[in-house]
Design a protein around this ligand. Structure first.
Ligand SMILES: NC(=O)c1ccc[n+]([C@@H]2O[C@H](COP(=O)([O-])OP(=O)(O)OC[C@H]3O[C@@H](n4cnc5c(N)ncnc54)[C@H](OP(=O)(O)O)[C@@H]3O)[C@@H](O)[C@H]2O)c1
Length: 285
């Protein structure tokens, strides 16, 4: 397998205003990719864009958008066409989780979660996949989660959305074979950021996906999992089993190496010094 050369590519990243998405942007810019950054908070995107232009001499475009509204794939495609931009890689990273008993969750928030975590991922994948295949040298990364691998009480909808992302992406991998497009589901474990803080957990660790993933070095799920995000290393350690339900013994998610479907051979590692795409031979590494 050969490493992806991102020089001269243009990568669209959703959810680039924070967390993993911002780190994707930093690492891809360092590898020479021009970027299109998507999220709602324009000022954060602009600040990141300015930082990346200054440090890496790449072109960075900011497209503020609420992914819960309309048809985000079509809307992004139209905006990019107006700008004369042709993306060669897409990272569907935007997402959030609701926590607590399902019956107590605000139904509006549930619909928004489905809109961002499910509908937008499918819509944007559909809108861009032919273009990406034609380019034939980039990646489509859909960010799933360790929560995709088993039912998740108190994060019931979130786990279901990520199971959707995983299933969709694996199917798109198969459909894209031989096209030159690499399709990857990335399944991070716990990272300390807003998704986890949104449940009111000040530690950013307790009761989160660390309980699923544990923290035992590289989490490779189909070779597409995180090592140890920098934020976690720098701000404290998440411990396995810290409130998030552990998968039962023998469950694929109980072992980071245990679930490696043959159709997800190529991979990325999110981790290392930060949310790093790369790892060994493939991806952005
Ligand atoms: N944190 C974890 O432990 C963890 C573990 C496994 C998987 N993941 C997945 O990794 C991905 C990134 O998560 P993160 O932890 O980096 O989250 P984060 O720090 O909260 O960032 C979420 C990003 O999604 C964007 N976003 C949310 N709602 C949006 C909307 N309606 N329209 C447009 N953009 C929206 C946010 O931007 P704006 O607010 O500016 O719109 C932000 O840039 C998510 O898919 C998450 O499910 C996270």
């Amino acid at each position: 397998m050969t490493a992806v050369d991102y020089r001269g590519q243009t990568t669209l990243i959703t959810g680039a205003s924070a967390g993993l998405g911002a780190e994707f942007a930093r690492q891809l810019a360092a590898r020479g990719s021009d970027l299109v950054l998507v999220a709602r908070r324009q000022e954060r995107l602009e600040a990141l864009a300015a930082e990346l232009r200054a440090h890496h001499r790449v072109q960075v475009h900011v497209l503020p958008m609420d992914l819960t509204t309309g048809h985000p794939g079509q809307a992004l495609a139209e905006q990019l066409e107006r700008l004369g931009l042709h993306v060669t890689s897409v990272i569907n990273n935007a997402g959030f989780a609701s926590f607590g008993p399902f019956h107590q969750t605000d139904p509006v928030r549930l619909r928004q979660e489905i809109a961002v975590d499910v509908t937008a991922v499918a819509d944007i994948s559909r809108a861009f996949i032919e273009q990406l295949r034609t380019a034939g040298r980039g990646v489509l990364v859909n960010v799933a989660s360790m929560a995709a691998y088993q039912p998740n009480p108190r994060m019931a909808l979130y786990g279901a959305t990520k199971a959707f992302v995983l299933s969709l992406t694996e199917a798109l991998w198969e459909e894209s074979r031989g096209t030159g497009l690499r399709v990857l589901a990335l399944s991070p474990g716990a990272t300390r950021n807003r998704v986890l803080r949104s449940r009111g957990d000040r530690s950013g660790c307790r009761g989160n996906e660390a309980g699923l993933a544990g923290r035992r070095g590289p989490h490779r799920v189909g070779r597409a999992g995180p090592q140890e995000p920098a934020a976690q290393r720098h701000r404290g350690k998440c411990e396995p089993g810290d409130g998030f339900p552990r998968p039962p013994h023998g469950h694929p998610a109980a072992s980071h190496q245990g679930h490696r479907p043959p159709h997800r051979r190529e991979g990325m590692t999110l981790g290392g010094d930060a949310a790093m795409l790369g790892g060994g031979a493939v991806g952005i590494g």
